[in-house]
Write a protein that binds this ligand. Structure first.
Ligand code: G16
Length: 548
């Protein structure tokens, strides 16, 4: 890079100084913190996106400005790699160093050291596709990003306000456009709706129409986007009503609604009353997560979370593979420590499918799922998807159906692959997958729910002075620091039949998460609150001590 290019970077950087008192970290899903503090970080992510593109021979890299499930005043930014997957983890350290460079000269120094370490050919014209969600701080951050892109003369495409998974999809489409075998689709909203809508209609054709689906869009970008999807599908198979679709009023995003609220509080959005027999689902603020729910005839709330979606999808895929008569085409499931114990037992003992555990964060699950022929991965919070690896594709191509039933099953597997956003967990594509399976099976939500009964579980947040002192091992189920705290957790767990609990620092919020499960609701809550109390007392709790 020439001296004048570095000077230009330093000049642009001067417009976006780093707040002196904040240390940024590229966490579970990129950078996340209070929106207005992120300007320098987002500017620098623009620089990094350019370098990443050059390191990938000029393929397009994605940048998404969103804080997804977090409260409205937070914001965030993350990079998307060429196949639409999360940024390669070895680059996360560069992101953190860049975000924490104190001065403009330090920014240039970090930039130049990345160029050297990665052997980047800076003569390649970088390409970046970017988008944002509906947060009030997003326009300011977008402007900072555009400065970062301008500083390195990036060829950029602005996708405006779209869901996070749509941006992942666009990036994959752009980078596969020249490959006849791997072309993923048209890199536009219309192309997205056409691809997933057509696959959905192909799969449900001829089956009875489902009842209306009420979609809580968390007052986020999922609202306008799912309306556009419905217009494109334009069929009684996709009969929806959007609730919590106000993206204009301040203070509403994810507030008392959305997938995270519903999963964590185990109740419907505050603004919604459930009618027994009706069908409901919730997206989160950027529509990368989804959970379903319903009320039974007594009005009691029942949640169908990521584990239920995962087992539904795995069962359906396993049965199709068997109906297709394809030998040695394995379906496997990836979960995290948050997976309900009943779901894990169901996958192992009833479905007899292999299951592995990964750390929290879809980036970790994705890599595990890629190792399976058909890898179903979902976090309990409703974030996940299904991947068909190269081995699965080869087996599907080589399939020689011996009967119309086998041919139909093979065709359905291909159509399912077209229905699924393989680049990342996607609420809209996952919803179409669930709808397809329910329509094909003729199931209500209650019938889907019958597969297994969840163990009572509770997820709590504890705010502490410094969450970076929490270190974990064993897929985040065991604390190695603060010293002695894991022994306290173990002693509490031992008091409750079938008890399980773990503590880990959040990578997206300024909090420590406490998860607990036990045989009864009251034991579970007692366990969760005692562990949360111990964390609060022994590790610098701030604010209110957690109490039942
Ligand atoms: C993000 C990640 C998810 C993760 C969640 C919570 O979700 O993409 O994989 O489960 O954060 O992570 P943590 O417990 O570390 O805060 P989203 O929907 O906010 O993008």
């Amino acid at each position: 890079m020439t001296t004048s290019a570095f000077t230009k970077v330093a000049e642009y950087s001067g417009k976006h100084p780093k707040p002196a008192d904040i240390t940024f970290a590229y966490g579970t899903a990129g950078f996340r913190t209070i929106g207005e503090t992120l300007e320098s970080t987002v500017f620098r992510v623009g620089l990094l996106a350019a370098l990443r593109s050059q390191s990938k021979q000029g393929q397009t890299i994605g940048v998404m400005i969103t804080a997804s499930h977090n409260e409205e005043r937070d914001n965030g930014v993350k990079l998307v790699d060429p196949m639409g997957e999360m940024l390669q983890q070895s680059w996360e350290g560069y992101c953190t160093s860049m975000a924490n460079a104190a001065t403009d000269d330090d920014v240039v120094a970090v930039l130049s050291s990345i160029i050297e370490s990665e052997g980047i050919d800076v003569s390649i014209r970088p390409k970046v596709a970017y988008a944002r969600d509906t947060r009030p701080s997003s326009p300011l951050l977008q402007a900072a990003l555009e400065d970062g892109l301008a500083a390195l003369d990036v060829e950029a495409i602005n996708y405006g306000i779209v869901t996070t998974p749509q941006l992942h999809y666009f990036v994959r489409c752009i980078n596969t456009a020249d490959s006849a075998a791997a072309a993923y689709g048209e890199p536009t909203e219309a192309g997205y709706n056409k691809k997933y809508g057509a696959a959905f209609l192909r799969l449900v054709e001829g089956k009875p129409h489902p009842s209306k689906l009420y979609i809580d869009a968390a007052n986020g970008v999922g609202a306008p986007q799912v309306r556009k999807l419905a217009e494109a599908i334009n069929s009684p198979y996709f009969n929806i009503e959007v609730c919590n679709g106000d993206t204009e009023s301040l203070g509403k995003l994810n507030m008392g609604c959305g997938a995270d609220y519903v999963k964590t509080n185990q109740r419907q959005p505050a603004s919604m009353t459930l009618t027994p027999g009706d069908r409901y689902c919730s997206f989160d603020g950027d529509a990368d997560r989804i959970v379903y729910y319903y009320a039974d005839e007594h009005g009691s709330f029942h949640l169908l979370d990521g584990d239920k979606i995962s087992t539904l999808a795995a069962t359906y895929l396993r049965d199709l593979v068997s109906a297709a008569g394809i030998e040695d085409l394995q379906v496997g499931v990836v979960q995290t420590a948050y997976a309900n114990g009943s779901s894990t037992s169901y996958i192992k003992d009833t479905l007899k499918l292999p299951t592995v555990f990964a750390k929290t964060g879809v980036k970790h699950l994705h890599h595990e799922a890629e190792k399976m022929h058909i890898g179903v991965y979902f976090e309990a919070n409703g974030h996940g998807t299904v991947l068909f690896n190269a081995g699965a594709i080869a087996k599907l191509r080589e399939a020689k159906p011996q009967s119309p039933a086998q041919a139909d099953a093979v065709e359905r597997l291909w159509a399912l692959r077209d229905l699924i956003n393989e680049s990342v967990g996607d609420a809209m594509s996952d919803m179409l997958l669930v709808e397809t399976i329910l329509i094909c099976k003729g199931w209500t939500l209650a019938q889907w729910d019958e597969a297994y009964t969840d163990m009572p579980s509770r997820l709590l947040k504890v705010v502490v002075n410094d969450r970076t002192i929490f270190k974990t091992t064993n897929a985040e189920q065991t604390l190695t620091a603060p010293k002695g705290l894991q022994d306290v957790v173990d002693a509490l767990v031992a008091k409750f039949p079938r008890g399980r609990s773990f503590v880990r620092p959040s990578g997206t919020e300024d909090a420590v998460r406490v998860y607990a499960e036990a045989a009864t609701r009251s034991d579970c809550d007692q366990l969760a609150y005692s562990v949360a109390g111990a964390v609060f007392d022994k590790a610098g709790g701030r604010g209110e001590r957690p109490a039942e």
